[in-house]
Structures are given as structure tokens and as C-alpha cells.
Design a protein around this ligand. Structure first.
Ligand code: MBD
Ligand code: FE
Length: 288
């Protein structure tokens, strides 16, 4: 299984940078905390430099590469692939609900709401094997949550995300939608199974990967955000059991609890059930 087209880093990178810049963020980090984090980061970086006796030539290559990552709009890509999983893991370890995973650079809010049951927006000739993805959203006590929101977005079978398609003309909300659970907390989504995915690697992110003889592959994945009033928002991804790259994700974002194993249903369509469990925001350790 492989993709037939490869998204361009320049195309999807600049789109991801523009989207990110359009939504300015801030935090209430104190000067003391900032000082502690910066000092530790630089001290540890220094330790690596001494340990490996990093040369001036290597330092200049790093500087050049950092500039090129910015010029090419690839910061969202590089950071979300190589760093975000540490942040995500550090944040989600303390909770008991469904495990989170990284958001990645291609989320867009406010995708069309299709109710509790529906088919993802897709082109008439959308390539890929059909998948019925269904389940229940529950609280920690096992009660179904009515009106929970399940947002799903994923790549098409060529590895492109709508709105980050480098001008290919994929419809705006292709393979992006929001669902709201029914009275029992259930949802049912029909979509296509995504394929393993190569992150865009025709720019400086690709140069970085090639420089250590790495690979740019992520396993096939579904991206999700699941939440309900008074519940912690879970951003996560689901993978396919036994799928290529599940054990060797370039973004280090696979967790064993996050794999699916679809089986043909009575109609012969691959189907899988996945239930989400949401922590309450009243948990004292919860920070938005
Ligand atoms: C993706 O689709 C993705 O999920 C991540 C984490 C990085 C780049 C592209
Ligand atoms: Fe992705």
C-alpha cells in the first residue's frame, strides 16, 4: 500500500503557517517559569554540544536550516512531527479517559455538523475502501453522553488534507466533519480508510529526515477531537492494527490503546467500534 501523490511541503507548509498565524495565542507563563524552562533547555542543548563536540560547520548548517524552515513555512510541520508528542504525552499522562495523541498541523475548526450518524463529505469518485466507524462517548462512570461532539478529519488516499492541498482543488470540507452523539451517546460515521501517509518532505523537513537516513512515513490515521459540556476535550488519533508504520511512526504519536481492527459487517463493509471516555473538567489537575 502506498500513496500515489505526495503533498508538497511548500504548499501544505505555508497553508499551515497561515492558519496558525491567523489565530494568535498566549499563555500566562510567569517570568520565573520562563527563566527555569529556557535555562534548562539551553543547559541541556549545551550538554549535547559538548558530548558530540559539535563543529562550527555543523552549527552553521543548523543556522541555515532553521532559517529555511521558517522561510518555507515549515515550522508547524516540523514541530508537530518531532516535538508535539512530548508535550501531548506530558499533558495527558495524568488523566484516566481515552488517551490523547498529537493534533498535527492540519486541523480546521467548525467543520459541518452531520448529527449523530452520517457520511463524511467526500467527492463522488473518492478513492479508498469504505469504513463504518461507530461507538459511544461515555463519562468515567460509564454513562453515555448525549450531545457530545466528535470531530473527525483525515487525509484522502493520496495523502492530502483538504485546505492544505497545495492548490489541487479538493473541496473545502472534504473528509472533515463534526458529529453530535444521540440520546445514548452513540455516533456512527461512514468514511474511507486513509492510507499510510508520508509527511511532506520536499523541503527542509525532508532534508532533516534525509540527513539522518530516516523515513517520512506515518501510519494510516484518523484525527479526532471529542468533547462534551463539562468534559475535558480529547485530541487524539486512531490507527489500524498491524498497519504499515504503526511501530515506526515518524511523529512518534502511536499508543497501543489507539488502534482499530475493522471487520466486514453484514453488508460486507469494514466496520469498527471505538468508544471514547471523557474526564470531567472538574478534575483539579485539569488545565485548559
Ligand atoms: C500529519 O497528517 C500529521 O498527522 C502530523 C502529526 C504531521 C504532519 C502531517
Ligand atoms: Fe495527519
Amino acid at each position: 500500500m502506498s500513496t500515489t501523490a505526495i503533498p508538497s511541503a511548500a504548499g501544505s507548509g505555508s497553508a499551515a503557517t497561515d492558519k496558525f498565524k491567523g489565530n494568535r495565542v498566549s499563555s500566562d507563563t510567569s517570568k520565573e517559569r520562563a527563566a527555569a524552562i529556557y535555562k534548562d533547555v539551553l543547559t541541556k542543548l549545551g550538554e549535547v554540544i559538548f558530548e558530540h563536540e559539535v563543529t562550527y560547520a555543523e552549527y552553521r548548517v543548523l543556522k541555515q536550516w532553521l532559517i529555511e524552515i521558517g522561510d518555507g513555512g515549515e515550522w508547524p510541520l516540523w514541530l508537530d512531527v518531532f516535538l508535539e508528542h512530548f508535550i501531548e504525552d506530558s499533558n495527558s499522562r495524568i488523566f484516566t479517559g481515552t488517551k490523547g495523541s498529537i493534533e498535527g498541523p492540519y486541523y480546521v475548526p467548525d467543520a459541518p455538523n452531520l448529527g449523530s450518524k452520517g457520511t463524511m463529505p467526500m467527492r463522488e469518485d473518492e478513492k479508498g475502501t469504505a469504513l463504518v466507524f461507530k461507538g459511544q462517548v461515555r463519562d468515567l462512570d460509564g454513562a453515555g453522553i448525549e450531545g457530545a461532539t466528535v470531530e473527525l478529519w483525515h487525509a484522502d488516499s493520496d495523502g492530502y488534507y483538504s485546505q492544505f492541498d497545495a492548490g489541487l482543488g479538493i473541496p473545502e470540507w472534504n473528509l472533515r466533519a463534526t458529529f453530535s452523539t444521540d440520546a445514548e451517546g452513540n455516533y456512527e460515521i461512514t468514511t474511507i480508510q486513509p492510507a499510510p501517509y508520508q509527511i511532506p518532505h520536499d523541503g527542509p523537513t525532508g532534508e532533516f529526515i534525509a540527513s539522518y537516513d530516516g523515513h517520512p512515513w506515518r501510519p494510516a490515521h484518523l484525527h479526532l477531537k471529542v468533547t462534551a459540556p463539562g468534559k475535558r476535550l480529547i485530541t487524539t488519533q486512531l490507527y489500524f492494527q498491524g498497519g504499515q508504520w504503526v511501530d515506526d511512526d515518524v511523529a512518534g504519536a502511536v499508543k497501543p490503546e489507539l488502534t482499530l481492527d475493522p471487520k466486514p459487517n453484514a453488508a460486507g463493509v469494514d466496520e469498527v467500534t471505538y468508544d471514547f471516555v471523557l474526564d470531567p473538567v472538574s478534575d483539579a489537575r485539569y488545565v485548559a
